[in-house]
Design a protein around this ligand. Structure first.
Ligand SMILES: [Zn+2]
Ligand SMILES: [Zn+2]
Length: 334
């Protein structure tokens, strides 16, 4: 099969990825083999390619927003999946199921957790394997390319929205408006929120307004109203300050990314007092994924997906790094 691998992490314009031919993987115990049809391009893939995240598996194949078809199931696997099912593979690949985090329903915090496209090969390839218990069924009514970004951008955005504790009918600020933000904004709007978007780039601001945001302005600009909750999607620690200053009393800022540049010094009175809170978001649980995918099945989410052929994954990542992508890029595989 053809697959991309991160040879030596480096800035994307130095070409850290290599496209080559590899043996088709065999599903191990409890796993399924999936023929990839589409794979989303996530900022985390860029962090892995550029070395912002440590190497977990040398020469890993990135990609954790995988839509494909089950083509084989390992013997003695206890699953109701059958060959031919259209399924999704997301970032969370496996957890231990026994630790105190797993036992209390917080498997996203499992210290033994493993991730697709980081600890194991992902979907920038024609095939991948995945544990059957962590493979997701997908809602009808979407193309493969439309479904792919739902599997990380959508699911993590959904968890970020939960972590932001937005009150019913409340005002939500969104900082950065890429793949995850443009899906999350639609979930919030469908639930009756008033959404204000702070982002660089006119195209992203325009997309925000088209999707129903009440306002769109520059990344550090003050929104026209005080916010009940905010989500920071841009991996820019400097934005924590204006986001906290925009919060009303009791407001919560959730930071959605796995990687953030340093946060400048906070001033207690200006940024935190009156019970403002800052929270991080770590991956997601399978329950988050099921809830969000069910929501996407009943509320049509409009996903803007610039499409790249599989052999141009490096160009897609370069465009993502340069801020040239509107919506969520997707690799078309087969
Ligand atoms: Zn665990
Ligand atoms: Zn992702």
């Amino acid at each position: 099969m053809r697959a991309w691998r991160v040879r030596t992490p480096a800035p994307i314009d130095r070409g850290p990825l290599e496209f080559s031919t590899a043996a088709t993987p065999e599903p191990g115990a409890g796993e399924v083999l999936i023929a990839v049809r589409a794979c989303g391009v996530c900022r985390t893939d860029l962090h892995i390619a550029e070395g912002d995240l440590p190497v977990h598996r040398p020469s890993v194949t990135p990609g954790h927003e995988v839509v494909g078809e089950v083509v084989a199931i390992a013997d003695h696997t206890d699953t109701d999946l059958v060959v031919g099912d259209r399924v999704g593979v997301a970032w969370l690949r496996q957890t231990c199921g026994r630790c105190r985090f797993c036992r209390r329903g917080a498997e996203n915090l499992c210290p033994q957790s493993r991730y697709t496209g980081w600890d194991a090969d992902g979907g920038y390839a024609e095939f991948l394997t995945a544990p059957a218990d962590y493979v997701h069924r997908l809602p009808a009514g979407y193309t493969d390319a439309e479904l792919a970004p739902l599997l990380c951008a959508g699911i993590i955005g959904y968890r970020s929205l939960l972590r932001a504790d937005l009150p019913a009918g409340g005002r939500l600020g969104i900082y950065g408006f890429g793949g995850s933000a443009h899906i999350t904004a639609q979930v919030a709007l469908a639930r009756g929120a008033e959404v204000h978007v702070m982002t660089r780039g006119e195209a992203a601001q325009q997309l925000a307004l088209e999707l129903g945001a009440a306002s769109a302005q520059g990344a550090t600009a003050r929104p026209p109203v005080e916010l009940d909750a905010a989500i920071l999607f841009a991996p820019v620690g400097d934005l924590v300050l204006p986001a906290l200053e925009a919060l009303d009393r009791g407001g919560t800022l959730a930071i959605a990314g796995i990687h953030l540049s340093d946060i400048p010094v906070l001033n207690y009175q200006r940024h935190l007092f009156q019970e403002r809170q800052v929270r991080s978001v770590a991956s997601n649980t399978r329950a988050d994924a099921r809830e969000f995918l069910a929501f996407a099945g009943t509320h049509r989410i409009q996903v803007t997906t610039p499409i790249y052929p599989l052999d141009q994954a490096d160009r897609a990542l370069g465009d993502l790094a340069a801020g040239r992508i509107s919506g969520a890029a997707v690799l078309h595989v087969s």
